[in-house]
Design a protein around this ligand. Structure first.
Ligand SMILES: *Cc1c(COP(=O)(O)O)cnc(C)c1O
Length: 424
């Protein structure tokens, strides 16, 4: 009989990183931890370590983790009826569509198509745009921005302004042009041959990049003038995140179509395409569909999320907390920080050196979850429920991480400078 080695009590069962690597397709980097529980703005791993979650599953868990009203709504719905197919209607689905047409300002002319993710919402928007050919059929061009991110399926990949992401999968659907996010490029691009302009009001995945001042308003004017659809991808910026229910409200405009996902289900997978005015009549029966899209379970989650956001004015909270966080971050007065981009609770900390990955790792070691969308940016997208205590805890933990990385670079700089001396 093999004796049990007390030094390796778990030798018979491989640890989760090995099991993960042995079973999950390697499309993602190895996970940072195995999370087992969440409550509010905190999550815990399998060793019981607590983390302050300032990423919210990438702008998804808008109400934080295990919000009692979301738990109750989903529990009740899964116990009543979770899925009915689109041969049947359900009350949560109708209710969520009505809420969205009201909250977006699309009103009675507005319509909603439900799907299961952000990329699917953009696929639906892409098909919508293909139908906007105009009377002479000459509107065929789709315009998006360089560095934009609209998702990973083929149509959304074609829209995304990330050539490296597209390259291995060519050909992607054609007719898409990527322009620089400048007013001059916008003026030059939009004419009567454009079917649609796709924009993120803040480019989240690119590193929380704001559009130039006046860009959205001018985009609205040009699209109206030339019959192009203005399609806003608010998958990351929508549902209260930037301090308004939708980021276009800050610009005082309305799009022709809007795509949503991430925060809408508070953690349950749901996406939506919302159309305004005449754009609501483009997609006809049989032209698009989905099995799961808008089922009672996920739409019940969406109703719970929007209900709490409206009742508790979490968009207002996002505006206030975002302003506090911006001030606090600039107050660190660190040589590593050059500024803060974004709006509300979608913030990008701009760094002076490409240390974002290292800083995010130091934050994680200090019990804080943030991420590095590029080497010069730390992204914050905390739950919309953050309060005084979480902001204060962020200050402590991020301050610790900042000190670690600042010292490491000061030390590295010193040792580089001293190296020749030490050798001589
Ligand atoms: C996340 C994101 C998407 C893709 O959403 P998925 O649910 O991952 O498919 C599209 N557009 C924007 C702006 C996003 O932030």
């Amino acid at each position: 009989m093999t004796p049990i080695d007390p030094a390796q009590p778990e030798s018979a069962a491989p640890a989760w990183p090995q099991r993960y690597a042995g079973a999950i397709m390697p499309t993602f980097a190895p996970p940072l931890a195995l999370l087992v529980r969440g409550a509010g703005c905190y999550v815990w791993d399998d060793a019981g370590t607590e983390y302050l979650d300032f990423l919210a599953g990438i702008a998804v868990t808008a109400l934080g983790h295990a919000h009692p009203e979301l738990v109750a709504a989903v529990t009740a719905q899964v116990g009543a009826v979770a899925h009915v197919s689109n041969y049947f209607a359900s009350t949560p689905q109708i209710e969520l569509a009505e809420r969205l047409t009201r909250l977006t300002g699309a009103g009675e002319a507005g319509r909603v198509f439900f799907c299961n993710s952000g990329t699917e919402a953009n696929e639906a928007a892409f098909k919508l745009a293909r139908l906007n050919v105009g009377e002479t059929g000459k509107r065929t061009r789709m315009i998006t921005l360089t560095d934009s991110f609209h998702g990973r399926t083929m149509g959304a990949l074609a829209l995304s302004g990330k050539p490296a992401m597209r390259a291995p999968f060519l050909p992607v659907p054609g007719g898409v042009e990527h322009i620089a996010p400048t007013l001059a490029a916008l003026e030059a691009a939009i004419d009567d041959t454009v079917a649609a302009l796709f924009l993120e009001p803040v480019q989240g995945e690119a590193g929380v990049i704001d559009l130039p001042e006046g860009f959205l308003r001018r985009a609205r004017e040009l699209c109206t003038e030339h019959g192009a659809l203005l399609i806003l991808d608010e998958i990351q910026t929508g549902i209260g995140r930037t301090g308004a229910m939708f980021a276009y409200e800050h610009a005082g405009i309305q799009p022709d179509a809007l795509t949503l996902a991430k925060g809408l289900g508070g953690g349950l997978p749901i996406g939506a395409l919302v159309t305004f005015g005449a754009a609501s009549t483009l997609l006809q029966r049989g032209q698009h569909g989905t099995t799961f899209g808008g089922n009672p379970l996920v739409t019940a989650a969406g109703n719970a999320v929007l209900g709490v956001i409206e009742r508790d004015d979490l968009a207002g909270n996002a505006a206030r907390r975002g302003a506090e966080l911006r001030e606090l971050i600039l107050g660190f007065d660190s040589p590593l920080i050059s500024g803060v981009r974004g709006r509300g609770l979608l913030l990008g900390i701009a760094l002076t050196q490409p240390v974002a990955v290292e800083l995010a790792a130091a934050a994680f070691a200090a019990g804080l979850i943030v991420n590095a969308p590029n080497p010069l940016t730390i992204r914050l997208a905390p739950p919309l429920i953050v309060g005084d205590a979480e902001v204060a805890e962020f200050e402590r933990r991020f301050g610790r991480a900042l000190a670690v990385v600042t010292n490491a670079h000061a030390a590295a700089g010193a040792s580089v400078a001293q190296a020749p001396v030490a050798r001589s």
